[in-house]
Design a protein around this ligand. Structure first.
Ligand SMILES: C[S@@+](CC[C@H](N)C(=O)[O-])C[C@H]1O[C@@H](n2cnc3c(N)ncnc32)[C@H](O)[C@@H]1O
Length: 253
């Protein structure tokens, strides 16, 4: 048997949102190294595999990236079919690019199976399309960490007809809001929070930028921010738009 590594995108949560190809790779895997935010039900799709968590947990150190690379290479060289399972899409803030480079450098055969990214499916879960004819001509996906990244682009965008999706930013809401308002963004800029999208505990809020930091979001859910006129198209338009009404979506929010 020739060893092989498959980077697999697990999608935003719901196992039904895996690709058919991802399900096939899991079924055949000998070893699965998985990250945080991967639903346990998805691990059940790899019944033959030894499975190890190598992700980051709140307050605990993640396994060093270099150690993950070595593990992938070693297992593939030993002839194993390895699945490297990541939330969302492996190439959206998932360090998938670094792992591909390491596999290439080591001469290990590999493949990347894309996944549905929370950057698109998250807003979609509350009925917010990231683009909309006449409203938004594109979307920008940013990470809230490190600060230099979003700080160098976001304040300059206030008048652009763009949707901005900020990942890893729930606990940076205060500084993001004050920076944007300080840069001339309107406090009324349509804004949404989506957390735990496509899981049983999905949470959504639609409101105005100035109210963003004050929203009580369930602390243990991964979440993202959406900024832009498209937010007005969200499901909260059946409630009342920009009135800071928190809406529960899916499951018990
Ligand atoms: C390390 S990044 C990985 C992103 C992932 N590769 C993707 O394409 O969705 C983790 C961040 O993704 C976002 N995220 C992941 N799953 C989510 C979900 N179900 N609902 C909302 N945001 C989610 C959150 O912003 C979280 O902090």
């Amino acid at each position: 048997v020739k060893g092989f590594v498959t980077l697999v995108g697990a999608g935003p949560g719901d196992p039904d949102l895996l690709t058919v190809k991802a399900v096939g790779a899991l079924a055949e895997a000998d070893l699965v190294l998985y990250d945080a935010l991967v639903d346990p039900a998805i691990l059940g799709l790899a019944p033959r595999a030894r499975r190890f968590f190598v992700g980051k947990r709140r307050g605990r150190h993640a396994m060093p990236q270099e150690a993950i690379h070595q593990w992938l290479v070693r297992a593939a060289r030993a002839g194993e079919r390895v699945v490297r399972l990541k939330a969302g899409d492996p190439f959206v803030f998932g360090r998938g690019g670094e792992e591909v480079l390491a596999l290439e450098a080591a001469g290990v055969a590999h493949e990347v199976i894309p996944g549905i990214s929370s950057a698109i499916a998250g807003p979609g879960a509350i009925g917010v399309p990231v683009t909309h004819r006449g409203v938004s001509s594109g979307f920008l996906v940013l990470s809230a960490v490190p600060d230099e990244g979003w700080r160098s682009v976001l304040p300059a965008l206030s008048k652009a007809k763009l949707t901005v999706v900020v990942l890893m930013g729930l606990d940076r809401r205060e500084v993001i809001t004050s920076t944007l308002i300080g840069a001339g963004w309107s406090g009324e800029h349509p804004t949404a929070i989506v957390a735990g999208a496509h899981t049983a505990r999905a949470f959504g809020w639609i409101g105005a930028l100035h109210a963003l930091a004050g929203v009580a979001v369930p602390a243990d859910l991964p979440g993202l921010l959406v900024l832009g006129e498209v937010v007005r198209l969200g499901r909260a338009n059946v409630v009342s738009l920009l009135d800071e009404a928190a809406i529960g979506i899916g499951g018990a929010a």
